[in-house]
Design a protein around this ligand. Structure first.
Ligand SMILES: Nc1ncnc2c1ncn2[C@@H]1O[C@H](COP(=O)(O)OP(=O)(O)OP(=O)(O)O)[C@@H](O)[C@H]1O
Ligand SMILES: [Mg+2]
Length: 240
């Protein structure tokens, strides 16, 4: 089958040391999920349910405690992202798997345009083509051209988010992980995120997205889950 990602019994626990007291916090537990190429999987669930932990485990920001994440890589064939070497993870992150964080971390001291261009150039694209693609996607996300030559450090929250989305999406990754990509955006910006998701899906990108409100994404979502009590419960879809 054309399964791109198969998660089996994934668990991440955090060992906390508080005043000589060993304490375990469960990030996520017993997670099973199969995603076929081209699918869009939506996940909702209350705060602290473990949604971000799942995405960070796939991207290997977190090393899972248990389970496996089989991923069909272009370059390496079938690999387990839980156990793959750092060298393979770096290559896969550069060329195949994209991730947009829920939080807006410190931005590098380069201009917004350069940030997006670099993301394409590191995949081996010609600089002039990279510049055109970067400008096109920044325009799509309605980031004012007056900001293109500025440092993103001073951007508003929504501007930083849209820049991060542009940087990840311009690469047309094989698998894209989106952690609340529409949170805190106005309706018009949310709409442009949704349009870009539809565009990427047409071009074959497989995506997992965490959303507060999955109804907004209803026409795009192929499988949807609610994460509760550490379990993934399949949500019934009202369309299709
Ligand atoms: N690095 C960490 N160290 C310790 N505990 C963590 C860490 N990351 C996550 N957790 C804990 O794991 C649980 C799940 O966190 P996670 O961030 O995955 O939730 P979430 O579903 O994404 O929530 P939100 O909707 O608020 O973003 C929480 O109880 C959280 O405190
Ligand atoms: Mg989260």
């Amino acid at each position: 089958m054309d399964e791109l990602l198969v998660i089996k019994d994934l668990e991440k626990t955090f060992q906390m040391n508080q005043m000589n007291d060993e304490k375990k916090i469960i990030g996520c537990k017993g997670i099973n999920l199969t995603i076929r190429t081209g699918e869009f999987v939506g996940i909702t669930g209350e705060s602290g349910a473990g949604k971000s932990t799942i995405l960070k485990s796939i991207y290997r920001t977190y090393t899972p405690t248990k389970g496996c994440i089989h991923y069909q890589s272009n370059r390496f064939g079938m690999i387990d992202l839980v156990r793959a070497s750092d060298r393979k993870m770096i290559a896969v992150r550069k060329n195949e798997i994209g991730y947009v964080s829920q939080f807006l971390h410190a931005m590098p001291r380069i201009t917004a345009l350069k940030m997006v261009m670099d993301a394409i150039v590191e995949m081996g694209e010609d600089i002039n083509i990279a510049e055109q693609k970067a400008k096109d996607i920044l325009t799509h996300f309605r980031l004012p051209s007056a900001l293109w030559d500025s440092f993103p450090r001073t951007f508003s929250g929504g501007e930083k988010l849209r820049l991060n989305l542009a940087k990840a999406m311009v690469k047309r990754p094989k698998l894209l992980l989106l952690d609340e990509p529409t949170a805190s955006l106005d309706h018009q910006s949310k709409q442009s995120v949704k349009e870009m998701i539809i565009q990427l899906k047409k071009e074959g990108t497989t995506m997992i997205g965490i959303f507060h409100d999955l109804d907004f994404m209803e026409e795009v979502v192929d499988q949807s889950y609610m994460l509760a009590n550490g379990q993934m419960e399949k949500r019934l879809m009202t369309h299709g």
